[in-house]
Design a protein around this ligand. Structure first.
Ligand code: 87F
Length: 741
């Protein structure tokens, strides 16, 4: 449940299962704000702060809060009320993974060696802040009207855009801009003391525990990285690196959130479901674009650009096509304060924008084939749980639209494109896909045939539609009255196709390969394929430093000359250990460490991101080894992902084995009668049975139901008389089922 300053109510499906019904909750909040029962929300409202409010079961600890809300945009905080009888009482608000032992906090507060901080008891807490243990946050200073409490906040928190806090009750969490939190505490008469965790030696952040170096002649320099990180935090300001603090296996959704933010791919935005693609992510999109753009041009497709806006009358011209999608269309209804004469839709797809022009341009058989593509953004105002890349309200894609003289020619285009989509996934992103045709129920209703590539996410057990390619038949041609004079001088309607691949593909790749250290990028799309890290020790003479620097530069230049995307990280305010972690989180396929011993011996140490394997290379072998190993990593990622998928790809012949296989996170091939009623029945029954069962996944999942993914082109043998797994009728084909995104 999301509530924005009394104006907008939205369901966030990730917490929806835990929420009250939308209307009830909105009313409750409205009422509580008005009577001042939940004064912190009232204060936010009074200050004009936009906030989101999440409802969830009571979360008395930070771990519980993280479990329920860790996947949401913004950070969580740890909050403590500490007291020294002589010095005073402190409300401490720090990033959730900070060490909060009283000694560290006393040091950060600069209280001197004599301070004796203790956790305040419940009575003190309730007396001063009027809040229960487990519901404390910085917002509680509102109740400290006598200024008995000193508020101390994590300095690094100020760099975070959004913070999630309990609004004085621990069955709610409010998300506000961090700047607004400052505004709030100021308005409550508190000037927070800032705690600078970089100023005192603290333990290294949780997350990737760097392996101890063995047999590394330079281990004194780059050696035990956990020490390196600890030292980094201790000695060099601004070096704190948050590690991925949750494993992919334990909490997939939270892991994904951490990976995409810590790798600097995604940042969040004030509008739910809209995300910023940072350069690290956009560069991957550019790689996909570069490759696919060249390939579709080879097929004779030309790029073009059509407007973002669609007049209402045009969008609704083709009612059947738009009907099911209507709730997702976003509209512009005003310019300034004046209503527009006719509302204008923002394109959710461009059939209705392009086809009136197809009518104008296709007059003779000589105008065919007309094959256009556009790279653009589209907006679909989805109400399902948004997930960066996988389901966002605005996304980037290419949409291709072609018109042909014959069905055969159009179908060839459909299949050629589908093959390119398979290659994008398998050869660029290293994710195996299954090609097939959608069932009647799942196909795009505006067309005749929908073909698809379906990927599988091992970590969540869910499938994803990777891209689709449609044969539209003559449906749109008839609707838009596209007619041309054929060779015989008669009137003919062209056969059309449309096809699209979106930025969702990047999300699939992240989910498929990422690990507990962060992103793992396939070399073919990695913005940087190699990072070179010089191991420069403070004790090195200026002369040796310069020599090491130019050695690292030479290696970098050689790699660049071989067209390898390489980055030399020569920043002198970060330790090598910090840099190792940083580039690992960002998924760079290979790291080359060069230390003083390497300089002497003319070597470099190569470390693989996919396997962690380390090899010392002779200088002259660096370029060709790197080229070879990059290919090996690409192949290895695909093979690993395919093996994981194949392990979960099972055949089921009887209904009794179906839901148990789903619970095992399988994608399931079944003999099927391929009738819509039976497909609906499977959806209904699988949801019911899963929800009745014990499975945590099913109960918390966005959708517990299985749906058909496709009728794979690659059909196993179906001997005559084989029964459909659900209806008992004679099966007509093998169908692939799964839970999906
Ligand atoms: C949402 C709102 C309005 C999907 C929508 O798959 C319309 C639509 O037509 C809509 N969501 N679709 C189907 C899109 C079909 C087709 N268009 C070209 C593609 C690939 C690219």
């Amino acid at each position: 449940m999301t509530y924005i300053a009394g104006q907008e109510i939205m369901t966030d499906a990730a917490v929806a299962s835990l929420s009250l019904d939308d209307k009830e909750l909105a009313k409750e909040i409205e009422a509580s704000v008005e009577v001042g029962e939940n004064a912190s929300l009232g204060k936010l409202k009074e200050l004009g702060v936009s906030f989101k409010l999440y409802s969830h079961p009571e979360t008395a600890t930070i771990d519980k809060q993280a479990e329920h809300l860790g996947h949401l945009p913004g950070v969580l905080t740890k909050n403590l009320l500490l007291r020294d009888k002589k010095i005073g009482t402190f409300l401490i608000t720090v990033l959730h993974d900070r060490p909060t032992d009283t000694k560290t906090i006393a040091k950060l507060l600069k209280l001197g060696g004599k301070a004796n901080l203790r956790f305040a008891d419940e009575e003190t807490l309730e007396g001063l802040l009027k809040v229960k243990r487990g519901a404390v946050s910085a917002l509680a200073v509102l109740n400290d009207t006598g200024n008995a409490v000193t508020l101390a906040m994590d300095k690094a928190l100020m760099e975070q855009p959004i913070v999630n806090l309990h609004p004085l009750r621990n069955d709610r969490t409010v998300a506000i801009p961090t700047a607004a939190l400052l505004q709030f505490v100021h308005a409550a008469g508190h000037e927070p003391t800032m705690l600078d965790f970089d100023s005192v030696p603290v333990a290294p952040p949780p997350g990737p525990v760097p392996p101890k170096e063995k047999n590394r002649s330079d281990s004194k320099n780059g050696g035990d990285k956990s020490t390196a990180v600890a030292k980094a935090s201790a000695s060099t300001p601004g070096q704190t690196l948050l590690g991925i603090d949750v494993s992919k296996k334990d909490n997939f959704a939270l892991w994904y959130t951490r990976v995409i933010t810590y790798s600097e791919m995604i940042d969040y935005y004030d509008i739910s479901g809209c995300y910023i693609l940072r350069p690290w992510a956009y560069s991957i999109w550019e790689s996909i674009q570069r490759w696919l753009d060249a390939e579709i041009k080879e097929l004779g497709v030309e790029n073009s650009y059509f407007p973002l806006f669609v007049p209402k009358s045009v969008l609704e011209r083709e009612k059947d096509h738009i009907e099911g999608f209507a709730p997702e269309v976003a509209w512009v209804t005003k310019s300034g304060d004046s209503d527009l004469a006719e509302p204008i839709a923002i394109r959710p797809t461009s059939e209705t924008i392009m086809y009136p022009l197809f009518k104008k341009w296709i007059r003779s058989h000589r105008d065919l084939p007309l094959c256009l593509n556009q790279w653009s953004n589209v907006v679909r105002w989805e109400f399902k749980d948004p997930t960066p890349f996988l389901r966002s309200r605005e996304f980037l894609w290419q949409e291709g639209h072609t018109a042909h003289a014959t069905f055969e020619e159009s179908q060839k285009m459909v299949m050629d494109i589908l093959d390119l989509y398979k290659k994008v996934y398998e050869e660029l992103l290293a994710v195996p896909v299954i090609q097939g045709r959608k069932t009647e129920m799942e196909r795009f209703p505006g067309g005749d045939i929908t073909t698809t590539v379906e990927a599988y996410i091992h970590g969540s057990g869910r499938s994803v539609q990777g891209a689709t390619s449609h044969n539209l038949g003559q449906n749109f041609g008839k609707m838009f009255e596209i007619q041309y004079e054929d060779k015989a001088g008669g009137h003919a309607v062209p056969w059309q196709t449309s096809w699209g691949l979106t930025t969702r593909s990047i999300g699939v790749m992240i989910m498929a390969h990422g690990d507990d250290k962060g992103l793992v990028l396939p070399p073919r799309v990695a913005p940087k394929q190699v990072v070179v890290i010089p191991i420069v020790k403070a004790s090195l003479s200026a002369e040796n430093k310069a020599a090491l620097q130019s050695y690292a530069e030479r290696i970098t230049t050689d790699l660049k000359a071989a067209k390898i995307r390489v980055h030399l990280d020569h920043r002198d305010n970060y330790t090598p250990g910090w840099k190792y972690n940083h580039w690992e989180q960002k998924g760079v396929p290979l790291r080359l460490e060069v230390g003083p011993m390497d300089l002497d011996k003319g070597t470099a140490r190569m470390v693989r991101r996919d396997s962690g394997l380390k090899v010392d290379l002779a200088g002259e072998a660096v370029v060709h080894t790197v080229l070879h190993v990059l290919e090996e990593i690409q192949a290895n990622l695909f093979a690993k992902c395919k093996a994981e998928r194949d392990k979960k790809l099972v055949k089921v012949w009887e209904w009794k084995d179906f839901v148990p296989a789903l619970e095992e996170k399988c994608v399931i091939l079944t003999p099927f009668v391929n009738e819509t009623e039976w497909e609906e029945e499977v959806k209904r029954r699988s949801r019911e049975e899963a929800l009745a069962g014990e499975s945590e996944d099913a109960r918390t999942a966005t959708s517990a139901a299985a749906k058909t993914l496709c009728i794979p082109f690659d059909q196993p043998d179906l001997s005559p008389g084989t029964k459909c797994f659900v209806s008992g009728k004679e099966a007509t084909c093998w169908v692939l089922w799964g839970r999906s995104y």
